[in-house]
Design a protein around this ligand. Structure first.
Ligand code: F6P
Length: 351
């Protein structure tokens, strides 16, 4: 067996665990070999790669990022991209390419499979938004980083009786915000799934502060948006891949809350800190399980599949079923989040 492996899209803690486990499984279970393409699909197209063996993978388990490098380049951005990937598979005598990545990389995996190229997908994203897998590695690490930050912000918020807004990642979904908000005891958590009304948010904060000196922590996902017509949001810039470069909603929320309540407000944007550093144990284990399962999938010639976590088992799903619809935060968790929002003076209850 001979496998090519690559990491595409934004990096994520736990990528090295996948690579290490795939190398080990190919070697031990199949007497096979793995080569690693550099910088995602770009390395496949430019034929930049290195042989990977157990020795090369020593010490990488606790390391963040990816030893292979990554990029958001995709073969279908080039007219002959798919043929070039096919040529790389033939040139290196590969049984398949294992592509570790997010929604974009899984979309490429689906298209390459359609075009007859043997590929297996491994889902990756701190956002935890890929459908058909209950969790992606990297997510728990990001949640822990955000929770640690919120814990620290509580004490300074209390000292100054301030509103502190924490902006966390989550382009389209609020998994990180909800988990970190619940774990960190946030006062209010704003997510893309539920457009917010800044007037109502402010009124809830005022009501809470009337009951004494209570610092407020607002967790806001970078993709959270106000209810239409309630607050103008600056249009996001777009990067060279057409993705919106988000960030800034936290500053807007803090400025509005301060204006409307008269309470001092500040913002902390956690940004790429959430993607850096060593993965927590859960992400190392999930990455390891995904890495082993991806090699098993190649051995079974289950091309066009993506490995996934379902009910604590690693399964294979058709990659085409996993893309095109992002996994949003469950209604149950959204309700649990709202239970901790301060009651509104007129509307009562929690929103
Ligand atoms: O998709 C993962 C993610 O970290 C998002 O949460 C975030 O919006 C985006 O990537 C940032 O991308 P970049 O690293 O290209 O700025």
């Amino acid at each position: 067996m001979r496998i090519g492996i690559l990491t595409g899209g934004g990096d994520c803690p736990g990528l090295n665990a996948v690579i290490r486990a795939a190398v080990r499984a190919a070697d031990v279970d199949h007497g096979g070999e793995v080569i690693g393409f550099h910088d995602g699909w770009r390395g496949v197209l430019e034929d930049r790669w290195e042989p990977l063996d157990v020795a090369r993978c020593r010490g990488i388990l606790p390391r963040g990022g990816t030893i292979l490098g990554t990029s958001r380049d995709q073969p279908y951005q080039r007219p002959d991209g798919a043929e070039q990937v096919g040529a790389a598979v033939a040139r290196h005598g590969l049984d398949a390419i294992v592509a570790i990545g997010g929604e974009g990389t899984m979309g490429v995996t689906k298209d390459l499979h359609r075009d007859g190229i043997p590929v297996v997908g491994v889902p990756k994203t701190i956002d935890n938004d890929i459908a058909l897998t209950e969790m992606t590695f990297g997510f728990q690490t990001a949640v822990q980083i955000c929770t640690d930050a919120i814990d620290r912000l509580h004490t300074t918020a209390e000292s100054h009786d301030r509103v502190l807004v924490v902006e966390v990642m989550g382009r389209h979904v609020g998994h990180i915000a909800v988990w970190a908000g619940l774990a960190g005891g946030a006062t209010i958590t704003l997510v893309p799934e539920v457009p917010f009304d800044i007037a109502e948010v402010s009124e809830r904060i005022v009501a809470r502060h009337h009951h004494g000196k209570w610092a407020t922590i607002i967790v806001v996902a970078e993709g959270a948006r106000p209810e239409p017509g309630t607050l103008e949001v600056r249009k996001a810039d777009v990067d060279s891949y057409g993705h919106e470069v988000l960030g800034g909603i936290g500053h807007l929320v803090a400025a509005e809350v301060q204006d409307r309540t008269g309470i001092d407000a500040r913002t902390t944007v956690l940004g790429h800190v959430q993607r850096g550093g060593s993965p927590v144990a859960f992400d190392r284990v999930l990455g390891t399980r995904f890495g082993i399962a991806s090699v098993d999938a190649v051995a079974a010639r289950a091309f066009g599949t993506m490995v996934a976590l379902q009910q604590n088992h690693i399964v294979r799903v058709p990659v085409e079923d996993a893309i095109g619809h992002l996994k949003q935060v469950d209604a149950d968790l959204l309700r649990d989040r709202a239970l901790f929002h301060p009651p509104h003076p007129d509307r009562g209850g929690h929103g």
